[in-house]
Design a protein around this ligand. Structure first.
Ligand code: GBH
Length: 478
């Protein structure tokens, strides 16, 4: 890992935002309160076999009832910003019609609490929890869903736009489209490659329509962004076939969203590679211009790079068509690509720790989207954290992970990347989607039996970084 040699000089700009992130279904619980009805994640997690141990977000970390304490904890740690998502099903239970006041009021109280504590809120409108009724009407593969999203965006923008400056339309639409409708490991659990490409397009459209709807509903000073899980895709070798495989995965991971959102066009190579599956006739005139709505910033979520090669008889690994991994592929049109484990130390998710990937990512978008401010809207790691005998939770691996990745951010700043902030994933342990509660990403430990919160040593370490704008040494973490 790239630990900076002179840790005490790793200083950040004074305006840099030091935040933590969460999402609604992963933390709120209270799934039947205030008129909320099921989202696709309620349905999916209650379907046998879909999540580890059949776990659900029914209670999660009960943030809906404990938000005041959670904000007090953030303030105590010294965080400057908090990124959370709004549950569409609380605001518009059927995905249509007028907003439910109780739902909006919850988020207004949360925002006011944050502001009173000097913590800057960033609102994500959609973090994977589509109202079930909209899925029943066809979900993201249907165009209508994009229009419903724009209406929802307008309602939330109207309600919170006077007090929230930072807005994010979608979180990681790649996961919504390709894990939700391709591999089926996320809600709604469909496994249809054409549906996954249609979903990707309608998410692009939803982003553009939603961004415009937000602007129409809010003061002009507010910033509209999107959070993409921009993959860092590396070829196994410089062999032309491996380079081509890496480019194909890059199209399917990045170009499929960055193309329409940042340039108003799908990569030609993506259309060619997927031509055996679809002619993309669901793309209508004007859609790409709509998706290319002006952005004030780009949010990047980074965890680990991907290492790929072409299928040959010399190498082995899970194939993109799912062969050897799961039954279905989240990579339509890439059946001849193999995925490999990147070398190096791994987190509890099995994800390789590679801070250089974060540096590369920031420098890539500095080149490809010049002038667009960047935020790391998620970065973090799961480790097997356990309280010791006196109840304290020591997580030196997470401290090292954060130090290395924040050092990579600092290196990118030095080299000209306009990075405005960093949101640690996650504020606290929570419902890790199909992994249930077994993977702990939090800087704050949660005892799920009592809902007691205990800041891990990484939370103290990160809080000090946030308060001083300088990375403390790894050794200084208690
Ligand atoms: C994020 O998802 C989510 O936004 C968040 O809700 C979640 O809790 C958190 O991260 C931790 O999982 O290109 O084949 O190597 C991240 C999910 C993980 C999906 C990395 C893409 C790489 C696939 N991403 N994965 S590949």
């Amino acid at each position: 890992s790239t630990v900076s040699p002179v840790a005490s000089e790793v200083t950040f700009p004074p305006a840099f935002l030091w935040g933590a992130a969460t999402s609604a279904y992963q933390i709120e619980g209270a799934v039947r309160e205030g008129g909320r009805t099921p989202s696709i994640w309620d349905t999916f997690s209650h379907t046998p076999g879909k999540t580890a141990g059949g776990e659900t977000g029914d209670v999660a970390v009960d943030h809906y009832h404990r938000y005041r304490d959670d904000v007090a904890l953030m303030a105590d740690l010294g965080l400057g910003a908090y990124r959370f998502s709004v549950s569409w099903s609380r605001v518009q239970p059927t995905g249509r019609g007028p907003a439910v006041q109780v739902g909006l009021d919850f988020y207004r109280r949360l925002v006011d609490e944050l502001l009173e504590n000097g913590i800057k809120p960033a609102v994500t409108l959609y973090h994977w929890d589509l109202p079930q009724e909209l899925e029943d009407a066809g979900g993201w593969p249907e165009r209508e869903t994009a229009h419903r999203f724009a209406e929802y965006a307008h309602l939330v923008g109207e309600a919170l736009g006077d007090r929230v400056e930072n807005w994010i339309t979608l979180n990681e639409p790649w996961c919504s489209a390709f894990l939700g409708y391709g591999s089926g490991v996320h809600a709604p659990g469909r496994t249809d490659p054409v549906a996954s490409l249609r979903a990707a397009h309608h998410l692009n459209l939803a982003h553009g329509l939603g961004a415009s709807a937000l602007r129409a509903a809010m003061p002009a000073r507010n910033q509209v962004a999107v959070s993409l899980n921009s993959a860092v895709v590396r070829p196994l070798s410089q062999d032309p076939a491996d380079l081509a495989a890496a480019r194909r995965i890059d199209d399917l991971a990045n170009g499929v969203f960055h193309g329409p959102m940042l340039r108003g066009a799908y990569p030609e190579s993506l259309l060619t590679a997927t031509a055996p599956l679809t002619d993309w006739s669901f793309v209508q005139d004007g859609d790409l211009a709509t998706s290319n709505a002006p952005l004030d910033a780009l949010g990047l979520n980074y965890y680990t790079p991907a290492l790929v090669s072409a299928v040959t008889d010399k190498v082995s690994g899970p194939r993109a068509d799912g062969h050897g991994a799961s039954e279905h592929s989240p990579w339509p049109g890439a059946d001849d690509v193999l995925f490999h484990q990147s070398p190096g130390e791994r987190t509890e998710m099995g994800w390789t720790v590679d801070p250089t990937g974060l540096y590369d990512l920031l420098m890539r978008y500095t080149r490809e989207a010049p002038g667009l401010p960047l935020y790391i809207t998620e970065n973090g790691a799961a480790y097997d954290d356990k309280p010791d005998a006196d109840g304290r939770v020591h997580d030196p691996e997470r401290v090292a992970y954060l130090h290395a990745h924040l050092s990579a951010v600092r290196d990118a700043l030095r080299d000209g990347a306009d990075v405005r902030g960093y949101y640690l994933w996650s504020l606290m342990d929570n419902f890790e989607w199909s992994y249930g509660y077994e993977k702990r990403f939090g800087a704050v430990y949660v005892d799920y039996a009592t809902q007691e919160r205990t800041p891990k040593s990484s939370a103290r370490w990160y809080g000090e970084a946030a308060r001083t704008g300088t990375l403390p040494s790894v050794e200084s973490a208690g």
